[in-house]
Design a protein around this ligand. Structure first.
Ligand SMILES: C=C(O[C@H]1C=CC=C(C(=O)O)[C@@H]1O)C(=O)O
Length: 401
């Protein structure tokens, strides 16, 4: 466990106030709020698992720049894209502060408060997505690829600028135990979301990871909801999908760990929209000097967002996905100058730009997948952000996953 609250984290000059926060990351009981920028890291994180990589050098250079600017314990915050060869979106803020999380505040769902939805479209559309799933399934039958995560975009245009504070408040109500994030983007706009999936937390020699794979849509009726959860736990397709992720994470972490605890079987975890198969992994590093970003770069992208084997799955994704994922299914979080940090998988999120939001959702495809069910799963995953936008009704038009 990271004991951030009790630690004397520094902040330069005044602490950021919630309404002027530019970067936000919620971790367990605390929010990391940051403003300003003293150094930027756009070097791609490719090879970032190695301490001599360009990326790690850029990271050390930026930390040094911050120290010269007077910071005693600088931190790096931001996001890294799905494709590690693309520019990183990281920086060292001028001020930061850990604050205790407040109780989620009720957000009114009255339609008069919500701006009107002018346009929406899915890329690819329903037919295109199902075709891509079918394409992947055929590929599995004729190659060594076992899993590929296929995703789609849902573009929304509103009559008025999106109220980001309201969006964040609603995400907090929906998933109070999730990792909420808000990242300013240099090209304009903000990355906003609430991820349920911890890629890596590192404090000293202790590490944790909580991969998720295998999902089912929550049901309003408690009995049906329980039945869906039980079915997920015993579904061979979902167990298989999950184990591909765990085996790959074990392969990466094992050589680094003096102790590694990976339960034999996943457990259930839930958000307001979905059930997930989840494995809580804990370990103790042989070399506590490894920084959180070094390890995160070795783990990313796991088969929970890419597939298995990674290289081949990535090629298949590039072939069938008709858009650039950018930051979606990358990682978002923070790392301090001692190498401690937390990185979560950038899912259940969107990019907000004035009156537009670009939402993203994906689903792990294996040979036993059904195109209709995978489409419905992406719709359920979009539900978190759609609800936050006051558009929960869109999901009620769908058949349950
Ligand atoms: C890619 C997403 O979810 C991943 C994380 C949890 C469960 C997943 C699944 O069951 O397919 C996905 O691997 C997403 O939410 O867009």
């Amino acid at each position: 466990m990271i004991s951030m609250a009790s630690e004397a984290y520094e902040y330069l000059s005044e602490s950021p106030q919630p309404n002027e926060t530019e970067f936000l990351f919620t971790s367990m009981q605390h929010d990391l709020r940051a403003t300003g920028k003293v150094a930027e890291i756009i070097t791609p994180a490719f090879g970032g698992g190695c301490e001599h990589s360009n990326f790690q050098q850029a990271l050390r250079g930026a930390m040094e720049q911050a120290r010269q600017a007077g910071q005693v314990n600088p931190i790096v915050v931001g996001a890294i894209p799905f494709d590690l060869t693309q520019a990183s979106c990281l920086y060292i803020p001028a001020q930061y502060q850990w604050v205790e999380r407040s109780e989620p505040i009720h957000v009114s769902r009255e339609t008069k408060d919500s701006p009107t939805l002018l346009n929406q479209r899915s890329i690819p559309d329903e037919q295109g997505f199902k075709k891509a799933v079918q394409h992947a399934i055929v590929n599995f039958q004729h190659s060594d690829i076992r899993k590929a995560v296929l995703s789609r975009i849902c573009e929304l245009e509103f009559s008025e600028p999106v109220d980001v504070q309201r969006l964040l408040a609603s995400l907090r109500v929906q998933n109070p135990s999730g990792y909420q994030f808000r990242v300013p983007l240099s090209e304009g706009g903000e990355l906003i979301g609430v991820s349920p999936e911890l890629l890596l937390r590192k404090q000293g020699a202790q590490i944790e990871s909580n991969p998720l794979a295998g999902s089912a849509k929550r049901q309003a009726d408690p009995e049906q909801d329980r039945a869906i959860a039980d079915r997920l736990m015993t579904s061979p397709k979902d167990q298989y999908e999950h184990h591909l992720v765990i085996d790959e994470i074990r392969r990466v972490l094992e050589p680094h760990c003096a102790e590694l605890d990976i339960p034999d079987h996943p457990s259930l975890m839930s958000t307001s929209a979905l059930w997930h198969l989840s494995t809580q992994i804990k370990g103790r590093l042989r070399n506590p000097e490894l920084n959180a970003l070094q390890l995160a770069c070795q783990l990313h992208p796991t088969p929970a967002v890419c597939g298995y084997p990674t290289g081949q799955a990535r090629k298949l994704i590039n072939l069938v996905e008709p858009f650039e994922r950018g930051l979606f299914t990358g990682i978002v979080g923070w790392c301090d100058s001692q190498g401690n940090g937390e990185w979560v998988v950038t899912i259940r999120c969107g990019i907000v730009q004035h009156k537009n939001i670009r939402l993203f959702a994906g689903a792990g495809i294996v040979e036993a997948s059904q195109p209709d069910a995978e489409w419905n799963e992406t719709q359920a995953k979009l539900g978190t952000m759609l609800n936050a936008c006051g558009l929960g009704w869109i999901n009620s038009l769908d058949t349950p996953a």
